[in-house]
Design a protein around this ligand. Sequence first.
Ligand code: PLP
Length: 491
Amino acid sequence: MITKVRNHISQNEPLLFERSSPGKKAYQLPELDVPGVDAGEALGAENVRPEIEGFPEVSEVEAIRHYTRLSTWNYAIDYGMYPLGSCTMKYNPRINELVARIEGLAWAHPYQPEALAQGSMEVMARLEAALAEITGMDALTLQPAAGAHGELTGILLIRALLEKRGNPRKKILIPDSAHGTNPASAAIAGYAVENVKSTETGLLDVSALERIVDEDVAALMVTNPNTLGVFEENIIPVAEILHAKGALLYMDGANMNALVGIARPGDFGVDVLHLNLHKTFSTPHGGGGPGAGPVAVKKVLEPFLPIPRLKRSGKKLTFDYKRKDSIGRVRAFYGNFGVLVRALAYILAHGGPGLRNATVDAVLNAVYIRKQLEPYFDLPYGSPNMHEVVFSDERQAKNGVRTGDIAKRLIDYGFHPYTVSFPLIVHGALMIEPTETEGKRELDQFIEAMISIAKEAESDPQLVKTAPHNARTSRVDEVGAARKPVVRWKP
Ligand SMILES: *Cc1c(COP(=O)(O)O)cnc(C)c1O
């Protein structure tokens, strides 16, 4: 009797190298109708490799099936919900892809003369204008390639301004709820990092801050809403405390998905922030990019922005390289242009009211999840959450079930895990961000799965602790895989 079989053909797919049999080919070419030449003679023997050792030889159908089967091992946003908190894994409308593939944009060359690149430059100019309006800031650079790169750029801008004023200062303050990239960026820009403790409600401690901000502090880096998904409601007094001491307020804008169309960082005292176009403005991400982390600044920081700067003179756009206070380039050419195109397409397709709706829905979805799951999971910070919600595994831990186990069990239910063990200020965190692109049916399926796992953690903790049971591989040595990766196939 067959009880449960794994999909035999797709789940047992070997390496392509192991499928190889000598002489097989995955292509057919017509017979030569010109005289053949010997490659060694034509190119020089030293430029011709006679044989590639171990090169897989397979037929066309074997090559196609191999990669198609491998693709079924992956989880994808096109397949289902991807509730990774902090990552804003929203569904990316196909129209953005179509626009990014328009010939004139996709084939534009960075060395094209300005006169022949006016369309591409117009895309960048309009995106700068749209993002300035959305953030309430005065000027932008589109160059940084990711969020963390934007952070580094932003801190270098702060350093350049303070240096110009006579003293770059020594430290950057960072709350304990911050994303790990924040302290890394501050340190690479040459600053010491000082941690700021959050209050019991998970917010910035204003009076503690008042005590520690002095003339050595260059800036505070704050994520708003913070990584607990809670809005820093004292952000205006916080900005005032910093400004009174000549320090600046940096905002990590990776969570703009909770603010777009509702509140503007430029209006609540932020001097510089980065955006993650690949999160908020819908570019496929994960697996290492490409992304875009534009940096938006107030007027005081504008002279220091990377070169070149887009400049409009009459109808013409030009690149301005002559800016004596600029920190220079942070990236070759003009940033990841394809991502910029997608972001502008997304913004224009939605329009102001549409962007605002996306924000409202993103928050509504996360609040719905909180309300449904609150009876089953511990919620350490009770403040009303915005676009994401962070539970802890405290209740399940009593049965030895930890957040990582629950996440692995979620794989058996067909969902991508949520973010595990982050933010660090929550012990055993389950960080869930549904984004606005999930409908109620999908959310309910996720909620059902989570409730079912919470019940399993009571009735059969061992089942959860040894999950996943339906995946290709079960528990792997994650530390070993990260520290000693085996990336080369050996016969
Ligand atoms: C994603 C994220 C970052 C880093 O962005 P990358 O594009 O991955 O470099 C920084 N801060 C927060 C809060 C984030 O969610």
